[in-house]
Design a protein around this ligand. Structure first.
Ligand code: MG
Length: 143
């Protein structure tokens, strides 16, 4: 039983303004849903904006319907501290984020980095598929 925390901007989509889905987003989210017992959105975007972004992604067929109701992590300060997540054990959670500066230095071993999805937002980007491979290896080691 492992929890995955997902960043939004630069990881799953371009940003909350342009909202371009990263190639493979739907498949990646379905993979997470099959392999992880709990999925969280851990983002600097506020919750109502996230819900609206998610609603549009689902409407356009770029995310599964459950994405709209994803558990949203409330946090404050400089770091996406994993201890802000209710009811978790630090050795049973992984965070995916494109920005190292958000990761608490003592929690870097729980972080899987992904290159940022940046301009020009290539439709050939394969980083979410690469991430699936990395996560599969991580889950094997975690067992
Ligand atoms: Mg980001």
């Amino acid at each position: 039983m492992v929890t995955i925390a997902l960043d939004l901007e630069g990881t799953l989509i371009s940003n909350a303004v342009s909202q371009i889905p990263r190639p493979g987003l739907y498949d990646f989210l379905e993979y997470c849903n099959e392999q992880f017992s709990r999925i969280l959105i851990y983002t600097a975007v506020n919750e109502s904006t996230f819900r609206e972004v998610a609603r549009v992604l689902v409407e356009q067929g770029n995310a599964p319907s459950w994405f709209v109701n994803l558990e949203y992590v409330e946090w404050q300060g400089n770091y996406k501290d994993l201890l802000f997540v209710p009811d978790i054990e630090l050795d049973r959670i992984v965070i995916v984020d494109d920005r190292e500066e958000y990761i608490k230095p003592k929690q870097k071993h729980r972080w899987l980095p992904i290159p940022g999805y940046d301009y020009p937002y290539s439709s050939c980007d394969r980083e979410l598929y690469n991430l699936i491979k990395q996560l599969s290896g991580f889950l094997t080691r975690q067992k």
